[in-house]
Design a protein around this ligand. Structure first.
Ligand SMILES: *Cc1c(COP(=O)(O)O)cnc(C)c1O
Length: 364
């Protein structure tokens, strides 16, 4: 029989598929459980606000039509909100899509991407898929070590990926540190600052990178509607960059990568400041109480500014993860991130966090 594996492009053969959090429906099927708590994928437990829900309902009437391939209305809304020229915007099928577009446009065989150990799993995937080379800088206390990352930048480096805050660690970089780093990066190396969780960050020293976009033409900022905006299932995110970079990303973009319902919901969500504020406040309060609950169990965790905590189980966490599943609680094991003792737990509603803590106490 034909070997369809060896027939694939070598860069594709070497990929390891992304491991998503276990869907609730799958666990329900496997264990016959109901009332499952999923704290595995950093989703917003409140769900989208009323304005986004209404926009989705309205958009349903038009799904026989192709969406606006240029996403004009959403781009205009983002442009106004952030005071950034529309020509700097690239819409993606999730910000993951934008990361992929960057890899397709700027990486490839012989070209290097620099990122940190424990950084978001999509960076090596997108880089390797196009035949690019991954240069992984050792982390310091699980956080990005910008000095170590700078040391890896060489003549073949085209892209640096930085997640701020980072997933799965929840660690973050200050304005001063990130600014000093970008200032030192050669102008012909793109610095991608992935801000999937920026809405959650309330630290005073957290940078407003959008304001740097004109000062640093090689800066790309990516954001998403999947996390605080609660639209993960719709797949919509965006990149902010120099217009010429946006032009290049646009050339490799699928014509209708952002779907009609997502475009409408994202635009409405952007206007719903009250729901976003409610989301951020809930996360602040519940992250604190979850932290206290974890500490009370005698466990340590990496301090996080996102909507998740990576908890150190003090031993290999795979069996604890399995035992939690038996209790109907889904969290995210981090062995594939090289963190076999950690479980990443999304901050949920008060009762969800309580269920998690009760289950964790029982299985420990
Ligand atoms: C969730 C996440 C993304 C991408 O999410 P999308 O749903 O594709 O927008 C990007 N970066 C990080 C660090 C994330 O955690």
């Amino acid at each position: 029989m034909t070997n369809f594996i060896s027939l694939a492009a070598p860069s594709v053969q070497s990929l390891t598929p992304y491991q998503p959090g276990k869907p609730m429906s799958e666990l329900e099927r496997e264990l016959g459980l109901s009332n499952i708590v999923k704290l595995a994928s950093n989703e917003n437990p409140l769900g989208p606000g009323a304005m986004a829900q209404q926009a989705m309902q309205t958009a349903l009437a038009d799904v026989a039509l192709y969406p606006d391939g240029n996403g004009f209305a959403l781009k205009q809304a983002i442009s106004r909100k952030l005071d950034v020229d529309m020509a700097r915007l690239t819409l993606g099928n999730g910000s993951n899509d934008v990361l992929d577009l960057i890899a397709r446009a700027y990486l490839g065989p012989g070209r290097e991407a620099v990122f940190s150990q424990y950084a978001f799993a999509v960076y090596p995937l997108s880089t390797t898929a196009v035949g690019g080379i991954c240069k992984v800088a050792p982390a310091k206390d699980y956080a990005h070590d910008l000095g170590a990352m700078a040391d890896l930048i060489g003549p073949d480096t085209r892209v640096v990926f930085i997640a701020n805050p980072n997933n799965p660690t929840g660690t973050w970089l200050t304005e001063a540190a990130l600014d000093a780093f970008i200032a030192e990066v050669p102008n012909d190396v793109l610095v991608v600052v992935d801000e999937a969780y920026f809405e959650y960050v309330e630290e005073e020293q957290y940078p407003n990178t959008v304001q740097w976009i004109e000062r640093y033409p090689n800066l790309i900022v990516t954001r998403t509607f999947s996390k605080a905006h609660a639209l993960a299932g719709l797949r919509i995110g965006y990149g902010l960059s120099h217009p010429d970079v946006a032009d290049m990303l646009n050339r490799v973009r699928q014509p209708f990568n952002a779907n009609l319902i997502a475009l409408a919901a994202a635009e409405a969500s952007l206007a719903d400041q009250a729901h976003l504020q409610k989301t951020v406040e809930l996360n602040r309060v519940q992250r604190q109480s979850l932290s206290e609950g974890i500490t009370a169990l005698g466990l340590g965790f990496i301090p996080s500014v996102g909507n998740f905590l990576s908890v150190d189980m003090g031993r290999e966490a795979g069996s604890i993860d399995q035992a939690l599943l038996q209790e109907g609680v889904i969290v995210r094991p981090l062995a594939n991130y090289g963190m076999p003792n950690h479980l990443r737990i999304t901050v949920g509603l008060a009762d969800q966090n309580a269920r998690l803590l009760t289950a964790l106490r029982k299985v420990l």
